[in-house]
Design a protein around this ligand. Structure first.
Ligand code: PPE
Length: 305
């Protein structure tokens, strides 16, 4: 789906016209993937547009950058306010918000330190991430032949631009083989995550998800769904997840800002359960949408624009 232009993009403190939000081709980020970003959703609720867990996303952005010993030349409060300002400036109701911190133009070579740390925030309308029927019908996925990064290689707790070159290998392989998405294993062969989603399994009524040390991004939807599930009274465990659990699970689903709560109906052409979205998956999806779309927000997760 080609991106739909809106009016303004926030760049280093000012709102510029969409068509003027440009960088130089010798910017460090273009050559070495030197960026850190967030993906945040703003939902239209009965009380107006509201951003889901904005504080958590901005904290993760600062954490991502910190892992790379870099400093954002703004405070968390300033970036938070800039996100809201960009939504307002474009008069968006529901949208996706993409703050990105990147090493810009000024020097050449791997050493990033002499290059400026630039910040931009864009917003656009983004519908369902994995296809129009994904949320209701579920999707077909495969296990990727690509592994997630080994420990002490690319830090997966950082949402860094460069990490997504691996996500692209996974995604293209899956699409070309006729699947919507791929699940990657970590370097030990344990289940990690999708190209842009965290993974959950349901087995015998227990909700399982790979733990943080399986080379995954600590998803904000993941941690929210874990909390919602616990509050609904389910047993929830973060585990080292063997690959074969994927083939015997009663239910599987992905979580992510873009993917929301997406049921998985088959893995490697084998049905998950009876091949339809699972009841617990749909219960958690409904509970999630009740918060973000109906504005029923007991945790204070919504920030009104
Ligand atoms: N793992 C990865 C690798 C990932 O990129 C995401 C988000 C998640 C897990 C889920 O994290 P969270 O959004 O905090 O629940 N992927 C973002 C980017 C998607 C894209 O194509 O760009 C997203 O969902 O916004």
């Amino acid at each position: 789906m080609p991106v739909q232009k809106v009016d303004k993009i926030w760049m280093n403190g000012t709102l510029v016209n969409w068509d003027d939000a440009k960088i130089h081709v010798l910017s460090h980020v273009v050559h070495y993937g030197t960026s850190w970003f967030e993906g945040i959703r703003c939902y239209e609720t009965p009380k107006g547009p509201a951003v889901f867990r904005l504080d958590r996303h901005i904290r993760r952005l600062f954490d991502s950058v910190k892992i790379y010993r870099t400093e954002i030349p703004y405070t968390e409060k300033q970036i938070t306010e800039a996100c809201l300002e960009t939504v307002r400036a474009n008069r968006m109701r529901a949208c996706y918000i993409r703050p990105i911190v990147y090493r810009g133009y000024g020097d050449v070579g791997v050493n990033p330190l002499p290059c400026p740390v630039d910040v931009a925030i864009a917003v656009w309308e983004w519908g369902t991430y994995l296809g129009p029927e994904a949320l209701t019908e579920g999707i077909d996925v495969c296990v990727s032949t690509w592994n997630r990064p080994a420990p002490n290689t690319l830090p997966t707790m950082a949402k860094a631009g460069g990490n997504y070159i691996l996500s692209q290998l996974m995604k293209v392989e899956a699409l070309q083989a006729g699947f919507k998405e791929a699940i990657a294993l970590d370097v030990n062969g344990q289940v990690s995550e999708g190209s842009g989603e965290n993974l959950f399994a349901v087995k015998d009524g227990v909700i399982l998800t790979p733990w943080l040390a399986s080379s995954l991004l600590p998803g904000i939807t993941r941690v929210s769904v874990l909390q919602i599930a616990r509050e609904l009274g389910y047993e929830v465990r973060e585990v080292t997840m063997p690959r074969e659990l994927l083939y015997v699970a009663d239910e599987l689903f992905f979580t992510g800002t873009a993917a929301e709560v997406t049921p998985i109906r088959s893995v490697d052409r084998q049905k998950v359960g009876d091949g339809k979205p699972g009841p617990l998956t749909m219960k958690l999806q409904a509970a999630f949408f009740d918060i973000v779309k109906n504005g029923k927000d007991p945790h204070g997760w919504l920030k009104y624009v």
